[in-house]
Design a protein around this ligand. Structure first.
Ligand SMILES: CC(C)(COP(=O)(O)OP(=O)(O)OC[C@H]1O[C@@H](n2cnc3c(N)ncnc32)[C@H](O)[C@@H]1OP(=O)(O)O)[C@@H](O)C(=O)NCCC(=O)NCCS
Length: 140
């Protein structure tokens, strides 16, 4: 099993993993062209785990020059609880640090208790004093 940068050639396999993974929310931002754009805008900060040619884990990591944002940390169900999620986070954080970013955020669905336990275990702090708001940019 190797960890390596997430390439555009990995998009189809990553989308298949995410579609099979409860806890990962998909949107138009996960269309192949949008993911390609994300990878081009954030070179070298997203990673996959690969084992015998199979993508077994992903982490999408980007930043806006101020804060990092993590999306789609996912590990295939048959590869969990072996430390792979933790390793993906470690390489993603290292890439952000290298880029000069000292903090990042991530979102977890409130009913995703396993995901929440994972993030707590790697040292993430839940921000109960904040609420997430979203706005579409499309004119209406
Ligand atoms: C969350 C996820 C990425 C964790 O991947 P993983 O490879 O199993 O994680 P690790 O093996 O590195 O786990 C590290 C620690 O996190 C905690 N942890 C991980 N999964 C957990 C779970 N389901 N319940 C409770 N604690 C958990 C444990 O403390 C674990 O250490 P341990 O195995 O020694 O007890 C994986 O379960 C997954 O893909 N879930 C679906 C998608 C998702 O929820 N993503 C995160 C939300 S964005």
């Amino acid at each position: 099993m190797t960890l390596r940068p997430f390439l555009s050639a990995d998009i189809a396999a990553a989308r298949a993993l995410w579609q099979a993974t409860p806890g990962v929310g998909l949107s138009t931002a996960d269309e192949p062209a949008a993911l390609e754009s994300f990878l081009n805008r954030n070179p070298g900060t997203s990673f996959v785990a690969e084992s015998d040619g199979r993508i077994t884990g992903t982490i999408l990591v980007g930043h806006d020059g101020r804060r990092g944002l993590i999306h789609h940390l996912a590990v295939a169900a048959d590869c969990r609880r072996t430390g792979l999620g933790r390793r993906l986070v470690e390489v993603g954080l290292a890439a952000l640090h290298q880029a000069g970013i000292d903090k990042c955020h991530l979102m977890v669905f409130t009913d995703n208790t396993g995901g929440a336990a994972f993030w707590t275990s790697v040292g993430a702090k839940r921000r109960d004093e904040l609420a997430l708001y979203s706005l579409a940019t499309t004119p209406h």
